[in-house]
Design a protein around this ligand. Structure first.
Ligand code: NOJ
Length: 562
């Protein structure tokens, strides 16, 4: 099955990559995180043992979608800092051996971007409007829904800024697959393609090691704009593919970008955010001359069930192996309920879009136990793995945020039917006794932190061997020592409720067991080296309980440094 053992792969094949959500990571100022805040914590990330960081958007933006609405791709939002701060941060990361991946948002701009402002001014039929999807009509052009809820088209004259402007009576519509302040770019227009080449070069010249590509599956639309009323949150392969996602034309763009990256030294990468399923559809984004990684959201969305986990892992390793690329595993990010909470709900899987106080509340203890087991399973698999800031502290979702503080456009565009993603974006606790738990010197946070986070602050966990933080550090260190990311993984026979396999690497053979729902006795001849929960000793044997992952070595395995 799947990947082979090789020592010569580029860094990203097996890297552990830590996602920084800059608004909420660390502030050297007020309620919003800063670039200098990131720099000040790079040492912490180095100690955690990760290989790279991915930073969510830091560009100037009205922040209607927390920075995924970019007004200027060539600068830093003054709330976060300056270009100079970014240069320093990149240099410091490189000094520590950390690669830096930044977020590229090519599907849409902010409506405050100079192109969109020019398009409004220039009026119907202008070349400025042809950079976006403007359409005439008394009726809305089609029935597409925004991913955030509501229609995917906005009439120019309905905009708040139309009053008293030259577009006051403009009846054209523009496409916005997300918020109405995020107009979709027209990738049929060569000007758009050239523009993004220059953005890539601007940041590559500043030394970044790669780009996480937002909505990679959405850049090209079926030009006929046919109606589509199906679900657009996860795109399924086959005949039901929506006309706005996973169109064949996107791949040409990524081949072009691959060539741009190829002009630069070092192994620079593109990672696709593409919510497509099954994994065989996703692997088309990482063909040899396209992107390098693509988040495996099918894995993230897999219910906590041994059979389902086995089949997702098996299929993922097979289909990524078919295109000669490693799989890219992920369990949490800034768009989903944190896995320490998601796995504590009665129905596991992709989870709801946020949790209200009036909804079923996750079982915190069970959720954390499963989350640690899931992470330990993920970190054993060949390929690369992404961690989301705060998961190393075992942070749960904030499930009792008052509606008055919510900022996610999904909450507003669904008229409060969906809580949205604010609950996974709460500023991190660094220091239990400091104001804002050490997030900002001013003691302010853009979202309130739950009081329980005091106990989860970094300073409380740092020296506690039983803490989640120490658990993550141990796992990442062992994964590196054993070279698990470069291993070849095969399942072994085990009961239905168990996921068990052997990872063979150039360091030896390692047994990986996740017992999802019931007990299993550790096979003879193996010794546990890391476990996500306590195991039980019975009659001289080791019993692995429910919701537990263990990594074991052959009992006669000797460390080469022993
Ligand atoms: C995916 C990003 O991860 C999400 O946060 C954002 O809202 C949408 N793309 C739109 O850019």
């Amino acid at each position: 099955m799947a990947s082979s053992v090789s020592l010569n792969h580029p860094w990203w094949h097996s890297a552990v990559i830590y996602q920084i959500y800059p608004r909420s990571f660390a502030s050297t100022d007020g309620p919003i995180g800063t670039i200098r805040g990131i720099t000040s914590k790079l040492e912490y990330l180095h100690e955690l043992g990760v290989d790279a960081i991915w930073i969510s958007p830091f560009y100037p933006s009205p922040q209607n979608d927390a920075g995924y609405d970019v007004a200027n791709y060539h600068d830093i939002d003054p709330r976060f800092g300056t270009l100079c701060d970014a240069d320093e941060m990149i240099a410091r990361a490189h000094d520590l051996g950390l690669k830096v991946i930044i977020d590229l948002v090519p599907n849409h701009t902010s409506d405050e971007h100079e192109w969109f402002q020019a398009a409004l001014e220039a009026g119907p039929g202008s070349p400025e409007r042809n950079r976006y999807w403007f359409r005439d009509g008394d009726e809305i052009p089609n029935d597409w829904r925004s991913v955030f809820g509501g229609p995917a088209w906005t009439r120019v004259s309905d905009r708040a800024d139309a009053v008293g402007s030259s577009w006051e009576n403009d009846r054209q519509w523009y496409l916005n697959l997300f918020d109405s302040s995020q107009p979709d770019l027209n990738w049929e227009n060569p000007e758009v393609r050239d523009y993004f080449d220059s953005i890539l070069r601007f940041w590559l010249d500043r030394g970044v090691d790669g780009f996480r590509v937002d909505v990679a599956h959405g850049l090209v639309k079926d030009p006929q704009l046919p109606n589509f009323s199906g679900d657009v949150s996860m795109v399924h392969g086959g005949t039901q593919r929506p006309p706005m996602f996973d169109q064949e034309g996107v791949h040409e763009i990524f081949r072009r970008w691959n060539a741009v990256l190829g002009e630069y030294e070092g192994d620079r990468i593109l990672v696709a955010e593409a919510w497509v399923d099954p994994p065989s559809r996703l692997t088309r984004y990482v063909r040899e001359d396209e992107m390098h990684q693509a988040f495996n959201f099918t894995f993230l969305a897999t219910p906590w069930n041994a059979g389902a986990l086995r089949s997702t892992i098996d299929e993922s390793l097979r289909v990524f192996g078919d295109v000669g690329r490693p799989a890219t595993w992920v369990l949490s990010n800034h768009d989903v309920v944190r896995h320490a909470s998601r796995l504590g709900l009665s129905v596991t899987g992709k989870g709801p879009n946020g949790i209200f106080a009036s909804d079923e509340q996750p079982d915190a203890e069970l959720g954390l136990q499963r989350a640690k087991a899931a992470t330990q399973l993920m970190l054993a698999l060949p390929g690369s793995a992404y961690l989301y800031q705060g998961e190393e502290l075992g942070l749960p979702e904030h499930t009792t945020l008052p509606n008055e503080v919510r900022e996610d456009p999904a909450f507003f565009r669904t008229a409060g039917a969906e809580a949205g993603r604010d609950g996974c974006r709460v500023p991190l606790p660094w220091s239990s006794e400091a104001p804002a738990y050490g997030f900002s010197p001013s003691g302010e946070t853009w979202l309130p932190q739950p009081p329980k986070w005091r106990e989860l602050a970094v300073d409380r966990q740092e020296d506690d061997p039983a803490s989640t933080l120490q658990f993550y550090r141990r796992l990442i260190a062992l994964r590196t020592e054993w070279n698990l990311g470069e291993g070849s993984f095969r399942f072994i026979e085990a009961p239905e409720h168990v996921v068990a396999g052997i990872s063979s690497t150039d360091r030896g053979e390692f047994l990986i067991v996740t017992s999802v729902d019931g007990q299993w006795i550790l096979p003879n001849g193996w010794t546990i080296a890391a476990q996500s929960s306590d195991t039980i000793s019975r009659d001289g044997r080791t019993v692995i309980g429910s919701d537990t992952t263990v990594w074991a070595t052959r009992s006669d395995w000797l460390r080469s440094d022993a």
